[in-house]
Design a binder for this molecule. Sequence first.
Ligand SMILES: O=C(O)CCC(=O)N[C@@H](C(=O)O)c1ccccc1
Length: 374
Amino acid sequence: MRVRAVELLTLRMPLVTPFTTSFSTQTERFPLLVRVLAETDGREVDGWGECVALTDLVYSSEYLDSAREVLRRYLVPAVFAAQAREAVTADGFAESVRHILGHRMAKAALEMALLDAELRLAGVSFGERLGATTASVPSGVSVGIHDSIDALLGSVGDYLDQGYVRIKLKIRPGWDVEPVRAVRDRFGDIPLQVDANTAYTLADAEHLRLLDAYDLLLIEQPLGEDDIREHALLARRMRTPMCLDESIVSTDAARDAIERGAAAIINIKAGRVGGYLAAVRIHDLAREAGVPVWCGGMLETGLGRAANTALAGLPGFTLPGDISASARFFAQDITEPFVLQDGRIRIPAGPGLGVEPLPDALEEFSQHALTLEA
Ligand SMILES: O=C(O)CCC(=O)N[C@@H](C(=O)O)c1ccccc1
């Protein structure tokens, strides 16, 4: 496969409702799309990738502008340089950019686009390539921090009515035990978990132990990204299984967290770990260690959502992921919308991602485009 050009597209998409976590309130999403214009034996194809970096430095050390700049200045030129020597492959991409330190989300987006192009040319689906063993995946939903307990219960009730099979509540100091207790009192023993996005410290251990009374599936990333030792200490003091998100930035980090008892469960996000191929390696390693994994979400468009459903179809993904319907975040997605059917989302079966951007939607939401020629 030869890459003729790469386009970096920044979109601006309004969220249907504000989404508040321990670190921010978002009312719109600015997806960064990577479009690889590739050809082989005279057949041309567009491969699509989505970078999950947020616009601000609140979730990780990458952000929208850093990702776009690293793609423009380093990663795309590295692909052009590499293909002067030998054919470019998604499998070889990570190695070919290893010398460019960090910037996993930027790398993941370009690798995803290369993989999509390859698979479309080969007529192979993402699910098939990654090793999905099912045709649809159970759909969990992430519920933000609300202004009141009543408002939260209204949202949770709506999501349960829509068929979501698992509820994840965002928590932070001052909004944790009370909302969990209220949801349990109102809705009984539904599958329920919490996500703190690093908002606590080990000094909060006694308070966090109060959550053990509510039979949660897991508590996600209560402490800092680098706090592997502290998460292991907290895990020994809580009954609720410890799950890591921000800390798991690579296969090595996953192995380290598991061996040190800091992660009984892992949230896998392809963007955070450097791509879908690295995500599969973490899945394999966790499965080997008997550690359940689930697929996290970063408010992706239908492109990222398609790739996430394929990843969540692997056998070690035994817990419902944050793979909700497009309508959970967007009134209009840039692809055909993903819809909830009996609590599940179907894995697109077509070549590559199996979905592609709708031209009108791209037109409507595009903010900025940059084309790099080989
Ligand atoms: O369903 C989704 O796509 C969102 C899932 C979700 O809550 N993601 C969280 C997270 O920390 O995991 C998040 C990511 C990015 C921005 C805000 C929140």
